[in-house]
Design a protein around this ligand. Structure first.
Ligand SMILES: *Cc1c(COP(=O)(O)O)cnc(C)c1O
Length: 359
């Protein structure tokens, strides 16, 4: 018997999603974003499945080093740059590109003696106001990078969108205009688009797109689905039914006796809970997929288990496979029930969930 709960990762879906993203952005290179353990899909799994991506985007140096140790030769970019001066030699040694978004990172580069220059992506704050140099600082910072012997030329240029997942929000166009105007006659590659930019703002695609969630087959937009864009969900989160119980009208179930049956029914107990990363705040009625139908969660999600109302006529058996999200039940829909985004659901799975790559 296979271990459960497990996250089954489809190699084919990941590969097909990369092909689909190349169709959507035919003139762009793809920086596949695999931070946070490949959005919960397994860092090396993902990098090896989409080994023809043009590069990989990461948030931590440790993630980049794991890829190099795993034999990944492609371009790697630290999307938030380097946090410690002592890490810079590792970037040289392992040929890892870095974002420079802050004065402190600029100073680290200026104050180091490195055996070879590092490839730098200068991050401009075009309106998100989280990371990046302001438009008024740009010329000065750019010149310092050009003057710095530890920086490989040309310097590449990047910005990030705040609201690209809202197709009607004109902040995205404003950000594109501000960025484009600022860097118009400079050499170097440009990158603006995350998944939402790639899917909804084709003018933002330019040299490199940086898709994360779309690579996993999930839409970045609330109320939307990856499948609407020709993408396929790459993760199927499954577990097993470990009990089927007769349940009488008037009986409650679980911690806090939170839910009470209004008629006789059967309850199923599924071996997954918040200890696996399935959110405790999933409300009653959140669906799971079992034997070809949706059944609702009832009662509270506990650490190792959750309970579902199977209905009085149910014929489900202990050992039956339950899908929490995947092909049959879109993770986007589950996220809506829970009041979060699919990004959080896939990324927050705990190490107890076995990540199982399907060939
Ligand atoms: C995480 C991240 C991305 C990918 O975002 P998605 O919405 O998952 O496509 C792209 N760029 C940067 C800078 C990021 O931090």
């Amino acid at each position: 018997m296979k271990p459960f709960p497990r996250a089954e990762i489809s190699r084919q879906a990941l590969q097909d999603n990369l092909v689909r993203l190349r169709e959507i952005a035919p003139n762009s290179k793809v920086m596949a974003v695999v931070k946070a353990n490949g959005y919960g899909h397994g860092l090396l799994n993902v990098a090896q499945c989409v080994d023809n991506a043009d590069g990989f985007g990461l948030a931590r140096l440790e993630e980049a080093l794991q890829l190099r140790e795993g034999g990944v030769k492609a371009k790697l970019l630290l999307l938030e740059g380097c946090f410690r001066q002592t890490d810079l030699p590792l970037l040289v040694q392992h040929q890892i590109d870095t974002v420079v978004h802050h004065e402190s990172q600029l100073e680290m580069l200026e104050n180091s003696t490195l055996s070879a220059p590092i490839t730098v992506w200068l991050k401009v704050d075009s309106g998100m106001h989280r990371l990046g140099f302001g438009l008024e600082q740009f010329d000065d910072v750019y010149q310092r990078l050009i003057d710095c012997p530890n920086v490989k030329k040309p310097v590449h240029l990047m910005t990030h969108f705040a609201c690209a997942d809202e197709p009607d929000n004109n902040l995205t166009q404003q950000q594109m205009d501000a960025f484009t105007q600022l860097i118009s006659d400079l050499p170097g590659d440009r990158t603006l688009a995350n998944s939402a930019g790639t899917l909804f703002w084709p003018q933002s695609q330019c040299d490199w797109i940086r898709p994360g969630i779309a690579l996993y087959g999930v839409s970045p937009v609330f109320g939307d689905k990856g499948t609407h864009h020709g993408l396929q969900p790459a993760m199927e989160l499954v577990s097993n039914l470990i009990a089927v119980r007769e349940h009488k009208a008037g009986q409650s179930v679980g911690y806090g006796a939170h839910w009470t049956a209004d008629k006789d029914t059967k309850l199923g107990v599924v071996a997954i809970g918040y200890g696996d990363g399935y959110p405790r705040n999933a409300p009653e009625g959140t669906p799971v997929w079992l034997n070809g139908r949706r059944v609702p969660i009832v009662g509270r999600v506990s650490m190792d288990m959750l309970t579902v109302d199977l209905g009085a006529e149910a014929t489900d058996q202990v050992g039956d496979l339950v899908q929490l999200w995947g092909q049959a039940l879109a993770v986007e829909e589950v996220a809506e029930h829970i009041g979060t985004i699919a990004y959080e659901l896939v990324t927050k799975l705990t190490p107890r969930v076995v990540v199982d790559l399907q060939e």
